[in-house]
Design a protein around this ligand. Structure first.
Ligand code: GDP
Ligand code: IMO
Ligand code: MG
Length: 428
């Protein structure tokens, strides 16, 4: 047994935090493998609500070891404020492990993220402004700063100077900003070194040894499939691989170790930031989904764009991730609609298309073809079994399952830990 991957099947905010937290009690390690504090995961435990950005949601389960893998980008100031916030609320965070190979989000990368977006104007991505893209760009350009660099001042200084060489030219000559001084950046980074030290580990070794000992490891994705740098709606994506393969590179665990890949799928669709979204609603239904679903970003406070369920996207997520299961979330939000449209295919330039087109132009032109399913009016948040759901809600779930290409093994009927219907165990 088992390494499981849990990831977003749409454009993020599907309820990954809640799903991870729910499994936390049964797993030994929860690992973030990509992204950074662009993520915003809300977890509700009893009457307590937690907003996590960088830390894996397993941090709320005392038996579980939370791990930040090599594929994550880490802003130490955010990490510390998140740890402080949890400690103040009595959460023990001492078991946290962080890969020494994870890259650091430096203050200049936050600056570059913001000025680049401003420079793009109408063509902006709508990033979270947290320095994610520029930090991954530095990693690929081989001028990134890793956590291990904090423990060799001379190397750190050389690397920061190298990273700033081109950036300062850009900042001063193109963006009309002041140059950033390497010495100040080094000083700031060094100020984090001592507090980070106890958490820094060879997480690749730890995780592989855990798997050899039959421990249960859960990989928790940030963002979602359609925000993936390779498989998402490029260029309106994040700069990492939230899809299943990202768990292998972002944690150093081979694909043969992964036994289950669970796609978190919202019963409707949302997106934050720019980019195409075929089922987006601009009417009262969209407003109602936003209001009832509480669709406001945890990280940036932006309203989320809302639309009906898109089965083309769900099928695509099944394919690119090799999904074994879906966890359908927020079914309760759809209570009260007389009829619920579901997108089953697209019309692109007069032709019916069943699968997600690889061409950006085609996807921008895609118009949803809807089938309408009957709704239900009874509240469902108390439902404990599939049979407790109203017949039309059962039929909605079954229809989504048939269209999406993998079994729906759990259903979220409310934000709380216990507001979940388990159909097949994820850990058997
Ligand atoms: P994540 O980024 O995928 O972890 O998702 P977010 O936390 O950004 O957004 C999901 C929101 O939906 C959070 O506020 C959750 O508390 C909430 N949520 C998760 N599952 C359910 C559910 O089944 N029903 C309802 N009503 N809310 C849910
Ligand atoms: P969770 O983990 C939804 C979006 C941003 C922007 C694009 C690129 O909570 O699901 P970035 O700052 O990553 O360079 O921004 O990606 N985005 C998210 N949207 N949920 C997220 O995370 C997101 N993380 C990034 O809005 O469109
Ligand atoms: Mg979120």
């Amino acid at each position: 047994m088992p390494a499981l991957v849990l990831l977003g099947a749409q454009w993020g905010d599907e309820g990954k935090g809640k799903a991870t937290d729910l499994l936390g009690g049964s797993v030994d390690y929860v690992v973030r493998y990509q992204g950074g504090n662009n993520a915003g995961h809300t977890v509700v435990v009893g009457d307590q609500k937690y907003a996590l950005h960088l830390l894996p949601s397993g941090i709320l389960t005392p038996e579980c070891t939370p791990v930040i893998g090599n594929g994550v980008v880490v802003d130490p100031s955010v990490l510390f404020s998140e740890l402080n916030g949890l400690n103040e609320r009595g959460v023990d965070t001492s078991k946290l492990l962080i890969s020494g190979n994870a890259h650091l989000i430096t203050s200049y990368n936050v600056t570059v993220d913001k000025v680049t977006e401003r420079f793009l104007g109408k063509r902006k991505i709508g990033t979270t402004g947290r320095g994610i893209g520029p930090t991954y760009a530095d990693k690929i350009n081989r001028v990134g700063i890793r956590i291990q660099d904090l423990y060799d001042e001379s190397i750190l200084t050389q690397k920061v100077e190298a990273a700033l060489e081109v950036k300062n030219q850009l900042l001063t000559k193109l963006y009309n900003r002041r140059a950033i001084e390497a010495g100040q950046v080094v000083e700031e980074l060094l100020s984090y070194a001592d507090r980070l030290k106890p958490y820094v580990a060879d997480t690749v070794l730890v995780l592989n040894q855990a798997l050899e000992q039959n421990k249960v490891v859960l990989f928790e994705g940030g963002q979602g499939t359609l925000l993936d740098i390779d498989h998402g709606t490029y260029p309106f994506v994040t700069s990492s691989n939230p899809t299943a393969g990202g768990a292998c590179t972002g944690a150093g665990v081979g694909p043969t170790k992964i036994s289950r890949v669970i796609g978190i799928l919202k019963a409707y669709t949302t997106r934050v930031g720019s980019g195409p979204f075929p089922t987006e609603l601009f009417d009262a239904d969209g407003d109602a989904l936003r209001r009832i679903g509480g669709e406001r970003g945890v990280t940036t406070g932006r309203d989320r764009r809302c639309g009906w369920f898109d089965a083309v996207i769900a099928r695509y997520a099944t394919r690119v991730n090799g999904l074994t299961d879906f966890f359908l979330t927020k079914l309760d939000v759809l209570t009260g609609w007389e009829e619920i449209p579901v997108c089953v295919a697209y019309e692109i330039d007069g032709k019916r298309v069943e699968e997600l087109p690889y061409s950006q132009t085609d996807f921008h032109h895609a118009k949803p073809i809807y089938e309408t399913l009957p709704g239900w009016s009874e509240g469902i948040t108390k439902a404990k079994t599939f049979e407790d759901l109203p017949k039309n809600a059962q039929a909605y779930v079954k229809a989504l399952e048939d269209m999406s290409g993998a079994p729906i093994s759990a259903i979220g009927v409310g934000p709380g830990r216990d507001e979940t219907i388990e159909i097949n165990s994820f850990l058997s």
